[in-house]
Design a protein around this ligand. Structure first.
Ligand code: AMP
Length: 397
């Protein structure tokens, strides 16, 4: 998949609109708790600054209801951008209103303008053509660097691209890096290639499992989704998370793995709890001995040992989805242990965004991973084999 690249685009001294993903986590006091997504956008912004561009930045943040809401203002993002880039950041009070239009038309080379939260406009998530047109009218060139939202056909991601020809639109460095990394991973992985797939439900990852199966050498399952597979094999899984309607699909996947010669691993023991709560009574049991009424909330130590051994000889590891309810300390151990092993591995290690990226960061291992995606939903859709709506218009003919 070849993308129109910012490097091949003549942006010198032009006005560029860069769609970024500044949707960062914040605490109750409005402090940015993790600015990885902002830092990841700096390469493209700095490059445009060096090319003498006037830069208009657009991003969403949180889930405002299609109207201005102080709580979701991008003002804290502007401050962090200023700290990181060490240039003044002009801030518009709206997206395509009077303030944005005036500031963008007056913007000079070397200046940076940040629009207000794009989702203050109802039309953003509806891919409204009028909104796309208004945003496009501000700039000569459109750059998409918002991987985390490229699986959404939104006005600033998809609709806007219609207003620029192939010489005037491109993917930024972050978007290119993400697409290239997943492309290589899925098309030409260095083998043996193992995928660790966890998270809550089989349904959320079903398409990714099916698409990954013929590409990997080993598949290791964890998290809540493991229990649908275990039940399909006839185990009594108590009150663990199970999707009964997907049991036939789970059996088919295991059958397919056998046919393809893919080694398919399920947990052999779990941390079972009496209820879904941080203070629940819990105990370590083999998957054959989950007490009635109890639920498995983490993989156990025997599974961690098994998975370590299975991963010891692989050259590429893809990890998507936690091994247990990592948000509760009591049930985070399995995920933490796997995170340490993945981080220590000499293999190329790729972590899908979202929860898995969050947990790797919590244990302070993010620097040790070869590549952590900035997009949970978007990376999952790539693993499902889809072409993202924000990427399609940027493909080379
Ligand atoms: P997903 O969004 O599908 O990747 O799922 C992530 C969520 O799965 C996290 O919030 C975990 O708490 C949850 N999860 C992981 N393991 C389990 C489990 N054994 N039972 C219930 N939820 C789980």
């Amino acid at each position: 998949m070849q993308l129109l690249s910012i490097k091949e685009c003549d942006i010198k001294s032009k006005k560029v609109f860069i769609r970024c993903d500044f949707n960062v986590p914040m605490d109750d006091y409005g402090n940015i708790t993790d600015d990885r997504r902002i830092r990841s956008a700096l390469a493209t912004i700095s490059y445009c600054l060096d090319q003498g561009c006037a830069i208009i930045l657009g991003s969403h943040f949180g889930r405002p209801k299609g109207e201005p809401d102080e709580k979701y203002s991008l003002a804290p993002i502007a401050r962090r951008l200023h700290q990181l880039l060490k240039v003044d950041i002009k801030m518009a009070h709206d997206v395509v209103g009077e303030s944005a239009m005036k500031l963008s038309s007056e913007l000079q080379p070397g200046e940076v303008l940040l629009l207000e939260n794009l989702r203050f406009e109802k039309g953003e998530t509806k891919n409204d053509p009028e909104l796309s047109r208004a945003m496009a009218s501000m700039a000569d060139v459109y750059i998409n660097d918002a991987f985390g939202v490229s699986h959404r056909a939104h006005a600033s991601v998809e609709g806007i691209t219609e207003h620029f020809d192939a010489q005037h639109k491109a993917a930024g460095f972050l978007l290119q890096k993400e697409i290239q990394f997943f492309g290589t991973l899925l098309d030409r992985p260095v083998r043996p290639f193992a995928a660790i797939v966890g998270g809550s439900k089989v349904s959320g990852k079903l398409e990714a499992l099916i698409n990954l199966l013929p590409k990997v050498d080993k598949m290791l399952i964890g998290g809540g989704m493991a229990f649908t597979f275990l039940k399909a094999l006839g185990h009594n899984v108590g009150n663990s998370l199970v999707e009964d309607d997907l049991i036939p699909e789970a059996l088919r996947i295991m059958e397919e793995a056998k046919k393809l010669g893919v080694k398919f691993y399920l947990p052999v023991d779990v941390v079972a709890a009496e209820k879904f709560a941080p203070d629940a009574m819990s105990r370590l049991v083999s998957v054959q001995e989950i007490p009635d009424g109890w639920m498995g909330l983490d993989i156990g130590p025997a599974t961690v040992r098994l998975y370590r051994q299975v991963l010891a000889d692989v050259q590429t590891i893809l990890w998507n989805g936690p091994m247990g309810v990592y948000e509760m300390d009591r049930f985070a151990r399995g995920s933490n242990k796997i995170a340490h092993f993945v981080a220590d591995s000499y293999a190329t290690t790729v972590v899908g965004g979202g929860d898995t990226a969050d947990l790797v960061q919590r244990v302070g291992l993010d620097e040790e991973i070869t590549f952590i995606s900035t997009g949970g939903g978007a990376s999952l859709e790539l693993l499902e084999g889809k072409i993202l709506p924000g990427v399609k218009p940027l493909l080379k003919a």
